[in-house]
Design a protein around this ligand. Structure first.
Ligand SMILES: Cc1cc2nc3c(=O)[nH]c(=O)nc-3n(C[C@H](O)[C@H](O)[C@H](O)COP(=O)(O)O)c2cc1C
Ligand code: SF4
Length: 669
């Protein structure tokens, strides 16, 4: 496929971009490391990959507006000099970059946070201080100063963050803005702050690019109406913005907006609705992760540009590969959030499950080898595939063995879960990358110790074997392993899932679901999560609330630990899995002592009370053990080997760790 729309130039103010792809803003934590060479290399790598325009992660305009204490910003001459390292490197690489200014308002983590009114956010422990007239003036002045400094530091423009429920967004809605002065009350008054900010930023930055990120749908009660969004967009255009980028949902919204279970381009129709209302270009965003989807949106008139944020963590060369007819080799963002947003929210540096080099460009350096060796990799799951591809890319001679007929290992199980279909894209990418590489792929082949003897290095990536739960009656026919279930074994109507880790949750989602996956059907997904039309109801939440499909089965999700199931799920996605299972009326129970599986069901003791759960099927998700069955024979033959992935640590299936470990091992062989 070719991408004539995506790869056509567009002019924003004084700057002409070579294509219509923008890397959306992502706070990575890199700036806070103080290693500016590393920051510069992160962006320069993506500039070299051909992206039209990049936006930095949100920079604080002042201390009170930082998302967390110590959030980076342009406060001193040294800060400006540091950012200059980044912009110089990006420009040398032929790229363009704008700096996002993000004032967090009541989302700022700290007692100094400020907002329109003293209305605490449900996701922050800190009630904000209500700003007085002088305080508002100070906030505007600080944002304008940050913009002017960004230009001084060499940025091609700025993005003013006006969505996701941050400071400027907070002034727009009566829910947070209870003021009666000229900054509150009528919509004209409530939008005064963002419009004034844009007007003064424009005056401060000359003809540089000015992006305004506008919230198209707040997904909170009493959010903006569609008429208000359009009114604001027109006023922002008149105030001097070059382009409107779109934001979706406040952070406190209880609707997922970027998770993998959100359909691709689920909100692009709203950008399409805004586009004819304004004269400046509009950018669409969220869950767009392939050039085909992006091209389709532009060709269909939904937007003038496409923002992709996480896809540029997964593959810095997205645009270059699309342009070169190598789209199948673009490492896909599977929207898992495991190494990006989950890291951000745990105070760790952002990276990417698919691409461990993301934000580690200066540290995880993969160079050609000057001593090519023969390397055998056993197991074509994520660990083995990553090791094989990295080693072959460096010039080693690699053979990759797997007893299965396809590469992917446990990724196939993940891909079978409704809402995790993106994993198929990851398998496809591995397959395309292996066939474009020099790796000798030996599928349907059970590697034996004898076969491995002639190699210089042996890597065991043989994965896991599921563990038994140790419950009496586990050998009865109604007891199944999770692998059998996910591969399609018949299951009854009332099911106990034993073990409520990530796999237990996945299995419960699989078992309660029937019909098409909502992730593949935007209308179904919107109904399931209660997303309405912002033109009908302020904020865009359907008045009738979420309307999930009836569950296919009654499921009990059980764990021994006496805590609420799901504690260990991803920081930013755990709530989505819990909410999904609640909608499917799954009974999630902790503190369960398993007594026995009998023809009548599963006998347990719960809160000291013995009882029998009347289930016809029991699915065991009790963890897994490393499969190192080849190790003893190799050891006996005196053959050294490396162990990676689940074969190394099998506590929880962890593709992020597997890919990272495989890549890092092969980078140093
Ligand atoms: C790790 C991470 C950090 C982010 N930080 C910001 C930010 O600082 N400012 C912002 O406007 N959006 C931020 N976002 C949101 C992205 O710009 C984007 O809207 C979102 O990831 C959905 O787009 P995507 O599916 O293309 O990734 C962040 C997203 C991620 C994953
Ligand atoms: S960690 Fe997952 S969501 Fe984040 S960029 Fe990588 S693939 Fe995408």
């Amino acid at each position: 496929m070719t991408y004539p729309h995506l790869l056509s130039p567009i002019t924003l103010g004084a700057v002409t971009l070579p294509n219509r792809v923008m890397m959306g803003s992502m706070h990575t934590g890199l700036e806070e490391t103080g290693d500016w060479n590393r920051v510069a290399e992160f962006y320069a790598t993506r500039a070299r990959g051909g992206v039209g325009l990049m936006v930095t992660g949100g920079m604080a305009p002042n201390r009170e507006g930082g998302v967390f204490p110590g959030a980076a910003g342009l406060f001193t001459a040294q800060d400006i000099a540091n950012h200059r390292i980044v912009t110089d490197r990006v420009h040398d690489a032929g790229g363009r970059i704008a700096m996002q200014i993000l004032h967090a308002g009541r989302y700022a983590y700290g007692p100094e946070c400020v907002s329109a009114s003293a209305v605490k956010s449900p996701i922050s422990p800190f009630p904000p201080k209500e700003l007085d007239e002088e305080g508002i003036e100070k906030q505007i002045a600080d944002i304008v100063t940050a913009a002017a400094r960004a230009i001084e530091a060499g940025y091609d423009g700025v993005e003013v963050m006006g969505s996701e429920g941050y400071f400027l967004n907070q002034f727009l809605v009566t829910h947070v803005n209870r003021r009666t002065d000229r900054w509150g009350g009528s919509y004209e008054n409530r939008m005064r702050l963002p419009v004034e900010v844009v007007r003064r930023v424009r005056a401060a930055i000359g003809d540089a690019i000015l992006i305004y990120r506008i919230s198209l749908i707040d997904l909170i009660p009493d959010g903006s109406t569609w008429d208000e969004v359009v009114t604001l967009a027109k006023a922002i255009e008149a105030a001097g913005a070059s382009v409107l980028n779109t934001g979706i949902g406040w952070h406190e919204a209880r609707v997922p907006t970027i998770a993998t279970s959100v359909p691709r381009a689920a909100f692009a129709h709203l950008t399409g609705r805004l586009r004819p209302e304004v004269g400046i270009p509009v950018i669409t965003s969220n869950r767009i992760n392939t050039p085909d989807v992006a091209e389709g949106l532009l060709a269909g008139g939904q937007a003038d540009m496409v923002s992709m944020a996480r896809p540029f963590l997964a593959d810095p060369d997205f645009v270059a590969k699309a342009a070169a007819g190598r789209a199948a080799q673009i490492a896909p963002c599977i929207a898992c959030n495991q190494a990006c947003l989950d890291h951000t929210f745990s105070g760790k540096l952002t990276s990417c499950l698919v691409n461990p080099r993301a934000c580690h460009e200066t540290e995880l350096v993969i160079t050609p080898t000057d001593a090519p060796r023969r390397i055998a990799v056993v197991g074509a799951g994520p660990a083995g595939l990553s090791a094989a591809l990295t080693a072959a890319g460096r010039g080693h001679v690699v053979a990759l063995f797997d007893r299965a007929a396809r590469v992917g290992g446990q990724l196939h199980l993940a891909a079978s879960i409704p809402g995790k279909e993106e994993f198929r894209g990851l398998i496809d990418w591995f397959e395309a990358s292996i066939s474009a590489s020099t790796v000798e792929l030996r599928l349907n082949t059970e590697a034996t110790p004898e076969m491995l003897m002639g190699f210089d290095e042996v890597i065991l990536a043989t994965g896991i074997t599921p563990r038994h739960a140790g419950i009496a009656g586990e050998d009865l026919p109604q007891v199944l392993g999770y692998r059998d279930v996910l591969r399609g074994a018949p299951v009854g109507k009332r099911v106990a899932v034993v073990g409520a880790g990530g796999i237990g949750f996945d299995v419960a989602e699989f078992l309660t679901h029937h019909g098409i996956s909502p992730a593949l059907d935007p209308a179904l997904w919107r109904r399931e999560w209660g997303v309405g039309d912002p033109a009908q109801v302020a904020g865009g939440l359907a008045p009738e609330g979420p309307q999930p499909e009836a569950p296919a089965r009654q499921v009990w999700l059980l764990q021994r630990k006496p805590e609420k199931p799901g504690r260990k799920l991803g920081k930013t996605t755990g709530w989505i899995h819990r909410a999904t299972l609640q909608m499917k009326r799954v009974k999630m129970l902790g503190g369960v002592a398993y007594e026995a599986i009998t023809p009548e069901g599963l006998a347990v003791t719960l809160n000291g009370e013995p009882q029998v759960l009347p289930v016809d099927t029991v699915v065991i998700c009790a963890g897994q053990d490393p499969d190192r069955s080849l190790a003893p024979a190799l050891e006996a033959a005196g053959r050294a080997f490396h162990i990676i992935g689940g074969a190394d640590v099998a506590a929880e299936l962890d593709a992020k760790r597997a890919i990272d470990q495989g890549t890092r091992l092969a980078a140093r062989l």
